[in-house]
Structure formats: structure tokens, C-alpha cells
Design a protein around this ligand. Structure first.
Ligand code: C2E
Ligand code: MG
Ligand code: MG
Ligand code: MG
Length: 280
């Protein structure tokens, strides 16, 4: 009613409504219809086996080209999508699109390729999440072993008992489970022993310090050894230089991902890149 409109108008002109808050509101307004307007696209970044340097997987990364705001990076909109709950339908779309596109890519490439999909805590908290994953695999025909879900440490520890049960169900489906951005949060390997995790993705900051220098070798090597003892495979992300690649190879890391190998690309560019990589 009038009273509400009045209050809104008052709020809008209040000095406390900072530019940042207005920008956030504009983002949210543009984000709501984005899915229906088909403004999202997935880019894919290759993940490479450090021993053979062959591409073993791809990470699906969401891209938003907003009709109102232009290109907006995930760093700017994923947080808002999580807060508003919009991440649930958006994440469902990401999962379906990534599985369908990878299934067709596997057919054309004639070999198994695994796709990693980022999953937010909000999605994991949905009661029907495991069913959703099962349904998407059935609909798209992607083998479960070709799907990996990337979960963050904070999402995992939120409700440990419930999460563990859910991850067990996903594991039974044959889906692989990874902890993303490892080293940025709670950083305990101990709690991971209680969860059916297959892969640790080391955050860029794990290997590179704030001053840009490479971390202590003995520390990273000991960490990788410990992860291997727990039967975890170790992936390093954000690899930009040959120095870091050699460091990770010496530390016995399993797989690498980063601009040194390739940037995230649209599907057609990725396919051309894959074809060139196998011919070369
Ligand atoms: P993430 O899952 O840790 O993804 C890796 C990020 O590092 C990506 O940023 C990627 O483009 C970037 N990156 C790759 N190689 C390098 C490198 O060599 N150097 C540097 N400096 N960066 C590199 P992007 O695509 O901007 O995504 C940022 C974050 O947004 C992701 O971090 C992930 O947490 C989130 N995100 C992206 N797509 C999705 C999605 O579909 N769903 C959800 N829930 N989150 C997503
Ligand atoms: Mg990720
Ligand atoms: Mg990451
Ligand atoms: Mg990261």
C-alpha cells in the first residue's frame, strides 16, 4: 500500500543506502530473470594429468552476459545468487547443461572426459539434491563416473552428519566428489577422513603466498603425501607459470589446472583446443 511505498521511497533516499547497496540491488534485479532470458553460458577449463600432461577433465564455469549489465563475473554474482536462493535453479541449469554438453563431447572425442561442476551449500542443503543428480545423469546419459561435484569446505562442515549421509548417496551413484578451494578455509585433513571425498583441489593461495612467492616445498610435499595416504587425489588450481608447474610435479601433485595450460573457454573453442592438443 501507500505506507509501504512511502517507506521504500524513504529507504531509497536514505544516505545509508550506499552506492554499493544500490549496485547490489541492480545486480539482484538483473539476476532474477537471467535464467529465463537464457543469459547464462558455461565455459570449460581443462584439467591436466601432471604425469602424462593429457587432459583428464574439465571444470564447468558459469558465465553471465546480462542484457542490462553486460558481462558480470561469478565473483560478483554467485554470492548474491546464494543469498537470494537463486543459486538453486541456476545450479540446476548448470548441472544439466554441463552433463548434456559433456556427454556429447565424449561422443565426438571418442574417450571418457570428466566434468566438474561447482555446487553451493544452498544446493547441497536441498532435500532433493541427490535425486536431482540421479535424474540429470539419466536424462543426459552421462556416465556417473564422468561427473565430479566440487564442494567447498564451508558447505561440507555446515551439517556434518547430514552432509556425510548425502555424500555417501552420491558416491553410491558413482559420482566423484572434490573439495574446492582447499587451504582457504578450515584446512583440516582430519575432518575429511569422515567424508567420502575423492579429490582435493588446492587453492592457488596454497601454493603461492600473498607476496607471489612459491610456498615452502617441504610443506606442500608433506601435505600431498598426507592426502595420498588418505587416498585423496590432489589437483592444483590457478597454475600460471612453468615454475609452479615444476614445483607441483616435484611435490607429487596429481593434476593441474590454470592459465598456463588453458583459460576457461566456450565449448566450441575448447573442442578446437582439444583437437589441437591431441594432434600436437
Ligand atoms: P573456482 O571453482 O575455484 O574456480 C576457479 C576460478 O579460478 C575460476 O574463476 C577460473 O576462471 C579461475 N582460474 C583458472 N585458472 C586460473 C589461473 O591460472 N589463475 C587465476 N588467477 N585464476 C584462474 P571464475 O570462473 O571467475 O569463477 C570464480 C568462482 O565462482 C569459482 O571458483 C566458483 O567458486 C564460482 N563459480 C563459478 N561457476 C560456478 C557455478 O556454476 N556454480 C557455483 N555455485 N559457483 C560457481
Ligand atoms: Mg571449482
Ligand atoms: Mg577452486
Ligand atoms: Mg578458487
Amino acid at each position: 500500500g501507500a505506507k509501504r511505498a512511502g517507506r521504500n521511497r524513504y529507504r531509497f533516499f536514505e544516505p545509508a543506502m550506499t552506492l554499493a547497496a544500490q549496485a547490489r540491488m541492480a545486480l539482484e534485479m538483473a539476476l532474477r530473470p537471467a535464467l529465463a532470458r537464457s543469459e547464462f553460458e558455461l565455459h570449460y577449463q581443462p584439467r591436466v594429468d601432471l604425469r602424462t600432461m593429457r587432459v583428464v577433465g574439465l571444470e564447468a564455469l558459469l558465465r553471465w552476459n546480462s542484457a542490462d549489465l553486460g558481462r558480470v563475473s561469478p565473483g560478483e554474482f554467485i554470492g548474491i545468487a546464494e543469498e537470494t536462493g537463486l543459486i538453486v535453479p541456476i545450479g540446476r541449469w548448470v548441472l544439466e547443461e554441463a552433463c548434456g554438453q559433456t556427454r556429447r563431447l565424449i561422443e565426438r572425442q571418442g574417450r571418457a572426459i570428466r566434468v566438474s561442476v561447482n555446487v553451493s551449500a544452498r544446493q547441497l542443503a536441498q532435500a532433493g539434491f541427490v535425486d536431482e543428480v540421479r535424474d540429470v545423469l539419466a536424462r543426459t546419459g552421462l556416465p556417473a563416473a564422468c561427473l565430479e561435484l566440487e564442494l567447498t569446505e564451508s558447505a561440507l562442515i555446515e551439517d556434518m552428519a547430514r552432509t556425510a549421509a548425502m555424500l555417501d548417496e552420491l558416491r553410491v551413484l558413482g559420482v566423484k566428489l572434490a573439495v574446492d578451494d582447499f587451504g582457504t578455509g578450515y584446512s583440516g585433513l582430519a575432518y575429511l577422513r569422515r567424508l567420502p571425498i575423492d579429490i582435493l583441489k588446492l587453492d592457488r593461495s596454497f601454493v603461492l603466498q600473498d607476496d607471489g612467492r612459491i610456498s615452502a616445498f617441504d610443506f606442500v610435499k608433506a601435505f600431498v603425501d598426507m592426502a595420498h595416504a588418505l587416498r585423496l587425489s590432489v589437483v592444483a588450481e590457478g597454475v600460471e607459470t612453468a615454475d609452479v608447474l615444476e614445483f607441483l610435479r616435484a611435490a607429487d601433485c596429481d593434476e593441474v589446472q590454470g592459465y598456463l595450460m588453458a583459460r576457461p573457454m566456450p565449448l566450441d573453442a575448447l573442442e578446437a583446443w582439444l583437437d589441437a592438443a591431441t594432434e600436437g
